[in-house]
Design a protein around this ligand. Sequence first.
Ligand SMILES: *Cc1c(COP(=O)(O)O)cnc(C)c1O
Length: 235
Amino acid sequence: MPIIEKNLESILARIRSAAERAGRDPACVRLVAVSKTHPAEAVRHVLDTGQRVFGESKVQEASGKIPLLPRDLEWHFIGHLQTNKIRKALPLFHLFHGVDNSGLAGQMDRIAGECGCFPKILLEVNVSGEGTKFGFRPDGLKTEIAGLLALPRVQVVGLMTMAPYAADPEASRPYFAALRKLRDELEQQTGTPLPELSMGMSGDFEQAVGEGSSLVRIGTAIFGDRPRKIATPDL
Ligand SMILES: *Cc1c(COP(=O)(O)O)cnc(C)c1O
C-alpha cells in the first residue's frame, strides 16, 4: 500500500477511536484531507480508500487541480478568501471554512446572487484572542450572527477555529471546548442549528474530536511535509 494511503487509513482509525473514547458516533466526524501544495496525483493516490473530501487554501491552485480529478469529490476551501477571488471560488467549493468577517460574507452573498448559487460557510472564530489570528471575536459574533443568518444566499452551517500553536496537543483542548460552547450559545440565542464544528489539524485532531469536532482538517499527517513556506501570493 502506498505510504499516503497507509497514513490516511491510520488517521481514520485514530479518529474513530478518539470518537469512541468520547462516547461519540465516529460517523459524525468527517475527515477533510488537506491537499494544498500537493499535486493531483497525490489526491488520486488516496481515492481507493474511499476518501472524497479534500481541502485547499488557494483558489488559483485549486482551480488547476480540481478539473484533473473525478467529479464526485467534495472540495472545501480552508484558507482566507480574498474578495477578488470570490467569483472564481464559488463554483469550485462545497464549503468555505474560514469566513472571518461580515463584510466578506456579505460580498459572497451578493456575488452568489449573480451566480445563482447558495454557498455554505463556517464562521472562523478567534477563540484565543491572539492578535495575529484571523476570525470573529466571540462577543462580536454574538452581535453579528443575526445579520449573518439573515443573508439570503449564504448559509451559515457552523464555526471553525485554529488553536494557537503549542508543542503539547492537550493545550488546544480548551480552545476547542470554547468553540463548542460558543456554538451552543449561538444556537440557543438564534434558534438556528449550527451543526458543523471545524477544528483539529494533524497535531491536535484527537483532542478536537474529544471536544465535539465534526470536521477535522488534516494535511501533513496524510500527505507528508509541505514544501517550506515561501512567499506564495494567491494571484
Ligand atoms: C494547512 C491547514 C491545515 C492542515 O494543517 P496540517 O498541520 O498539515 O494538518 C488545516 N487547517 C488550515 C486552515 C490550514 O491552512
